[in-house]
Write a protein that binds this ligand. Sequence first.
Ligand SMILES: [Zn+2]
Length: 83
Amino acid sequence: MTTAAACPPPAAGPVLFRAGCPHCRESFELAAAALRLAIGGSARTTFYSFSCPLCGETVRKPAGERIVELLTGGGVRTMRLHV
Ligand SMILES: [Zn+2]
């Protein structure tokens, strides 16, 4: 019997983001690689998108400042739009 004495390093695993699908109304967790973030010139053109793993629909949602920070910090691919 061994006991793990050391604490696991924080945030070592892949970051997962909770997301919901408006088409099938399911919610799930997505890895950073499954999400795309588009940053435009204004809040209206700043959004994130992903394909629903359950129904396959592309979901696009507005991303506020907080979400942008969260996604970029989690390693989500970011696209800058020149709008
Ligand atoms: Zn869906």
